[in-house]
Design a protein around this ligand. Structure first.
Ligand code: DC
Length: 218
């Protein structure tokens, strides 16, 4: 039996750290769907396109994303930290509301998640990408806690940002991501909500592993 774990939540809720650790601990594959929206957001922005453009389909045909050994390649080139800046986060969030972008990436994500045990994280994993997941987790935390986490993370990577600009962007992205018409950020009815504001990473991981062991009979 394959074990499918969906981890959703807003920016900075701890999805990436937690999802990676769970995948590692259980020896499962891991998919960061936000990275795919970032790759496409940057790609379309560099072409001078806007999320308001009617059709983006023909441009998306020129974006070949490969996912190998946990790394993404765009048209054969390894994707690195250039997609991790707050600006690219905004492009991702803006273009993520476009139906062509969502269809393109959802199709690809469903294909990647098919027939394997996997931990996938994003905004619509439990609702759209893997509605049949064995375990659905929805992580939340206050905007201030999330902005502080992003601040520490980006500063560690040498990316120059201020806490205030991150807090502003987190609030704006939350609004964008939860109010868009297609596949908005929302908790699946059968998802378990965990507030990570006052928990450390290990505590969140332990809680999730407990549910996984029960549901996937590990
Ligand atoms: O997880 P992240 O912050 O790297 O994601 C960047 C943006 O991509 C996020 O603001 C909204 C969009 N996204 C989405 O719409 N659906 C997903 N499954 C993952 C990300």
């Amino acid at each position: 039996m394959h074990c499918k774990i969906a981890i959703d939540g807003p920016a900075g809720s701890g999805k990436t750290t937690v999802a990676k650790l769970i995948a590692q601990y259980l020896g499962m594959d891991y998919l960061d769907t936000g990275a795919m929206y970032r790759i496409i957001g940057l790609f379309l922005h560099q072409l001078g396109l806007s999320p308001k453009d009617n059709s983006l389909e023909k441009y998306l045909e020129d974006a070949k994303i490969d996912y190998k050994d946990g790394h993404f390649y765009l048209n054969g080139r390894l994707v690195g930290d250039e997609i991790r800046t707050p600006e690219v986060g905004m492009y991702a969030s803006d273009f993520a509301s476009h139906a062509d972008v969502r269809n393109f990436l959802t199709r690809m994500q469903k294909e990647i998640c098919k027939d394997r045990s996997i931990v996938a994280e994003g905004r619509d994993i439990g609702t759209v990408v893997m509605p049949d997941a064995n375990v659905k987790i929805f992580l939340v935390a206050s905007p201030e806690v999330r902005a502080k986490r992003r601040y520490d993370e980006l500063r560690d990577k040498g990316i120059d940002v201020t806490y205030e600009e991150l807090l502003e962007q987190i609030i704006e992205r939350d609004k964008n991501d939860s109010t868009r018409d297609i596949a908005p950020l929302s908790k699946a009815d059968d998802a378990i909500e965990i507030d990570t504001s006052k928990l450390n990473v290990q505590q969140v991981v332990d809680k999730i592993i407990e549910v996984v062991k029960e549901r996937c009979m590990l």
